[in-house]
Design a protein around this ligand. Structure first.
Ligand code: VG1
Ligand code: CO
Length: 543
């Protein structure tokens, strides 16, 4: 088998965003585009000679082609063993699990997560390091720098591998190991979650629906819920992974998982509803008649995690991304544990988890996770909820309402303005930044600005500083608005406006979120002049 050195020239648009390099499929289909980026990753892995690498993706359109290229390039770049999921599949948390378990030097995760798939959809490549989580900024910066000067890549000349047969094959000097992508993950879940209690719950007639959104979690959810835990067949909906996700947007929120929401709001609602995203790291939780915001879910899991075997001895601390509501902060205070506030993106949690400073963490975008892996984990979050329901014997909606009664309720919504002109979006945030010091004391839509800043984070472990992570406006009336630009969109810019308002009084916990947040939205619009900058009178999507 021969190793070829192929001459190439750089592309100028391979800067990794919040979660790796994410572009239209057509961008990745350009000749040398995948090869350049993968070689740039490999060039930044010191000690790769003889090391183990994990490769897998969410099964979206173009996954199989990129897997084959990546395997051939990995074999030509000195890795001794390359572990790949059968069919080229690994959910993002399962990839993280196996990187850790098999002591791999890292993993190449092929996914554009919750973005649509198919020939007109999106594709992505992310590099995870040896702790199993997304590469830190220092590494992604180095990869980007490498993409700008790359002049050759290495690949072995070989026919495509059969990824559907378990076992080992040689590729050049490397061993390719095709593994069941589900088995190690299920084994890990069994160490953390009380499977017996949940099985007893299902045996007692408890019913749930898990919407896998035709994405990667189907096989995981079926194996765990229907096979291990005895939930009836049909519990998992849209359980077969499809390259185009059945034409749907695999983003678990009330808009894109509308079928599940209407089922949960209807007369025949099961006891519990959940959904996951394209690559299986996000989760949506729905109680009968009540959508649980991801920020509330993080707070509730923090308050109740001790009911699961993996967290029986309590939590070291928790963390949330800055735009996530402050609901978890109050739980942490009550528990007497630290609560960290990080920039958006899972990579910022890794140091806190590695150092044992936190046990749970989460984001408003439907990501929740713990120290069991270094990615957010959709199926894990659903299992932890089930564990809590099984042990308490309470209805999911009762758990949420009791939580609000104890800690207060944080009304929360995110307004996204998608595919906005990039320069206009930059103009909006630049103008806000310039005016920040003039805002405190001013009133908008009946709310008065108490403080504001442009969020910067100093990592407590390595001291690295990340600045300009979003503009926070705190109002005196226990409300907050946050503005930031997305780092995962592939067309123009996406402006995200995060709105929240705290209500302590249980007598006022039954209001409609939109009503409670209307003044906060009006104040945010007035402060940032969203319509003047973007030409948009209303958001593209509210979640
Ligand atoms: C979004 C979310 C962020 C999440 C990221 C990756 O990023 O807001 O919370 O970590 O997606 O999630 P942005 O920059 O578009 O706001 V996933 O499921 O794509 O790994
Ligand atoms: Co995802």
């Amino acid at each position: 088998m021969t190793i070829r050195q192929v001459a190439t020239t750089p592309f100028d648009d391979q800067k990794p965003g919040t979660s790796g390099l994410r572009k239209k499929v057509s961008a990745f289909q350009q000749p040398r585009y995948v090869e350049n980026f993968v070689q740039s990753i490999f060039d930044c892995i010191e000690n790769r000679q003889g090391a183990t690498l994990v490769v897998g993706g969410d099964g979206r359109y173009f996954n199989r082609e990129v897997i084959q290229t990546t395997l051939k390039m990995a074999a030509a770049n000195g890795f001794a063993r390359i572990i790949v999921g059968r069919g080229g599949l690994f959910s993002t948390p399962a990839a993280s699990c196996i990187i850790r378990k098999r002591k791999a030097i890292g993993g190449v995760v092929l996914s554009a997560s919750h973005n649509p798939g198919g020939p007109q959809g999106d594709f992505g490549i992310k590099f995870n390091v040896s702790h199993g989580g997304p590469a830190p900024e220092s590494v992604t910066d180095a990869i980007y720098a490498r993409t700008k000067v790359i002049d050759r890549y290495r690949i072995v000349d070989a026919p495509d591998l059969d990824l559907d047969r378990l076992g080992e094959v040689k590729l050049g000097d490397a061993t390719i190991e095709v593994v069941d992508p589900v088995a190690d993950y299920v084994a890990l879940m069994e160490t953390l979650i009380d499977f017996e209690r949940i099985a007893a719950l299902f045996a007692s007639g408890f019913r749930m629906r898990f919407d896998a959104m035709s994405a990667v979690t189907g096989p995981y959810a079926k194996a765990i819920l229907e096979e291990c835990l005895g939930a009836p067949a049909g519990t998992v909906m849209n359980g077969k992974p499809l390259p185009d996700f059945g034409g749907h947007h695999p983003d678990p929120n009330p808009v894109h998982a509308a079928d599940l929401i209407s089922l949960m709001n209807g007369p025949d609602a099961p006891d519990f509803g959940a959904a996951s995203d394209g690559d299986g790291d996000r989760n949506m939780i729905v109680a009968p008649g009540l959508f649980v915001t991801p920020s509330d879910s993080l707070a509730i899991l923090t308050a109740q995690a001790h009911l699961a075997p993996g967290y029986r001895s309590g939590l070291a601390g928790v963390a949330r991304s800055m735009p996530t509501s402050r609901a978890v902060d109050r739980v942490a205070e009550r528990l007497g544990i630290a609560c960290y506030e990080t920039p958006t993106g899972w990579k910022y949690f890794a140091n806190l988890l590695d150092e044992g400073l936190i046990t749970l963490c989460g984001e408003e975008s439907a990501g929740t996770g713990s120290n069991h892996v270094r990615e957010k984990d959709g199926v894990w979050a659903v299992l932890l909820w089930l564990n809590i329901l099984a042990v308490t014997g309470k209805r999911a909606d009762a758990i949420v309402r009791e939580h609000w009664a104890t800690f207060g309720r944080d009304y929360y919504a995110r307004h996204d303005y998608e595919e906005v002109d990039a320069a206009a979006a930059q103009g909006l945030t630049a103008s806000l930044r310039e005016r920040l010091s003039t805002l405190p004391g001013q009133s908008y839509a009946g709310l008065t600005v108490e403080a504001c800043d442009d969020f910067a984070y100093t990592d407590p472990v390595d001291g690295s500083v990340t600045s300009s992570q979003g503009i926070r406006i705190l109002f005196r009336e226990d409300a907050r608005a946050v503005f930031r630009l997305s780092g995962t969109g592939t067309v123009g810019a996406t402006l995200r406006v995060y709105l929240e308002r705290f209500e302590k009084d249980p007598g006022r916990h039954g209001a409609a979120t939109a009503d409670v947040l209307a003044p906060v939205a009006a104040a945010a619009n007035a402060i940032a002049d969203i319509e003047a900058h973007t030409g948009r009178a209303s958001p593209s999507i509210i979640t």
